[in-house]
Design a protein around this ligand. Structure first.
Ligand code: ZN
Length: 489
């Protein structure tokens, strides 16, 4: 079958066959973190969603350039055009350099994304490293007539832009409606229109992150960096732009306006957005007390958590939902995911022990096709995972003699696990490579050996004692034809 990826394009509001501008190259840009706080669940979902896309594009043979930025300047409190810079504020409170804050949280972000097995992007540019490109972009927008300067700050003229281009096209908004429902906000007197947004802001005396520009010593507006850096690394037109749905408006809407104003081009062909995460049905927020960092998930050190969760459980749980669906975190849901993942891993690691029959009672090529179809249908990971559980059923039924598998079936099952479970979903056996696990394996082999000797001598008291006492510490021994198997209960 010819493999064609279909993606839901937020811009056209329908699924479209993905056709890159210059195959076999594919370019994707994803809005990365603003590095002023510890990585939390809200960071994990876009990272994992677009990691799945990155892995899928590579699986399909595209030479993929994945650009994901680091916002280390210009992102003001409340995502507004007034107020303190988020990073500078943290630096002021902790009495360190803003770039120390940015470096510290960039390192933390990398650490936790690595634990979630999120692949690093091809290029990870920083906003503060692209001030010249951003100033050039402001100049282009100026020359095109869509910017105006007031007191050293430069704003984008949304009303003028909207005369010939639809501002709100991506988010389905109409400027007149937006304006009818908005009151003038304090501190925005410089703007001609409340929906105008800052391209360059003059720095106040206490603002420490500042650069010279033709207009004032100041700093770029938050929306500008993504347009400047995506253009620099992917060109004026590129394939995919992704991010969380919370960025759709105004951030991505402003990115489109900036590109169209500067180059006359739409720049992005496919806009993709992952949906949001809730915790016990509530939006995540510091004031709600349900703001859980990834470290807290991995250590269990938060009042809402009943236990610690393995990074692979978090990854699996996120992938169990389609990226365009909302996803609610709860202890019950995570515990169920943990169980499911263990079942999946246990079955796939036992594929190599299956005995081949001459006859086959299953259709593995069809199952493999179904996995592909699910993935290529707008990254439908829940359906893909459901198909992997069908593989689990077949593996376990073959072990119990309820299904028969041929040598080709066994190879096919292994290929499904290698491709879809490990390579594309990026899941791994949480315990694999863990030195404690190696030790446990060694100890269990010793105990199973002693138990086997006891049984051979008909010393059932000893053999039962070993089985029962292991059960008390949650290790289950199951007798098989060839000896015994063990698993964690
Ligand atoms: Zn962005």
């Amino acid at each position: 079958m010819e493999k064609r990826l279909t993606v839901y394009n937020t811009l056209t509001r329908r699924k479209e066959v993905f056709e890159p501008l210059a195959p076999p190259f594919a370019g994707m840009y994803v809005c990365g973190p603003t590095v002023y706080g510890d990585p939390h669940l809200g960071h994990a979902r876009p990272a994992i969603t677009f990691d799945l896309l990155f892995r899928t594009l590579q699986h399909l043979g595209y030479k993929t350039r994945y650009v994901r930025n680091i916002t280390d300047v210009g992102h003001l409190e409340n995502d507004a055009d007034e107020g303190e810079d988020k990073i500078a504020k943290k630096a002021r409170i902790e009495q360190v350099e803003p770039m120390e804050i940015a470096q510290f949280y960039t390192d933390r972000y990398h650490k936790f994304m690595d634990m979630l097995n999120v692949m690093r992007p091809s290029i990870e540019p920083r906003a503060s490293g692209h001030i010249i490109e951003q100033i050039n972009l402001v100049e282009q927008i100026f020359e095109a007539g869509f910017a105006y300067e007031v007191n050293g700050s430069v704003y984008f003229d949304v009303e003028k832009y909207d005369k010939n281009h639809h501002y709100g096209r991506l988010s389905g908004r109409v400027l007149d409606d937006l304006m009818a429902n908005t009151r003038e906000l304090d501190g925005q007197q410089e703007k001609r229109n409340p929906f105008d947004f800052a391209l360059w802001k003059k720095a106040s005396d206490e603002h420490i992150m500042r650069w010279p520009s033709p207009w004032s010593e100041g700093f770029p507006g938050w929306h500008l960096e993504c347009t400047a850096m995506s253009t620099k690394y992917l060109g004026e037109e590129f394939d995919i732009h992704g991010g969380g749905m919370d960025l759709l408006f105004p951030h991505h809407e402003c990115e489109i306006a900036q590109s169209v104003a500067a180059t006359g081009k739409q720049s992005v062909r496919y806009w993709m957005h992952n949906n949001m995460i809730t915790i016990n049905g509530q939006k995540m927020g510091k004031s709600l007390g349900n703001f859980i960092t990834l470290e807290e998930f991995f250590t269990g050190n938060h009042k809402l958590l009943e236990q610690s969760y393995n990074p692979m459980t978090i990854r699996f749980f996120i992938l169990q939902a389609h990226y365009r669906s909302t996803l609610d975190f709860s202890n019950e849901a995570l515990q169920a995911a943990d169980k499911g993942l263990k079942k999946l891993m246990a079955a796939t690691s036992s594929i190599k022990n299956l005995k081949a029959s001459d006859k086959s009672s299953v259709n593995i090529p069809e199952l493999s096709n179904k996995c592909d179809e699910a993935l290529l249908d707008d990254l439908n990971s829940p359906i893909l995972i459901a198909n992997l559980f069908e593989a689990v059923r077949i593996i376990n039924a073959a072990k119990d003699g309820k299904e028969t598998v041929s040598a080709d079936d066994i190879k096919g099952l292994q290929a499904i696990a290698d491709t879809f479970l490990y390579e594309i979903l990026g899941l791994s056996d949480a315990a694999e490579g863990d030195s404690d696990q190696v030790l446990l394996d060694g100890l269990m082999n010793v105990l199973i050996g002693i138990r086997k000797e006891a049984r051979a001598k008909k010393d059932f008291a000893t053999s039962d004692k070993i089985r029962d006492e292991l059960l008390a510490v949650n290790i289950v021994i199951k007798d098989t034809k060839d000896g015994a198997e063990w698993s964690r209960g």
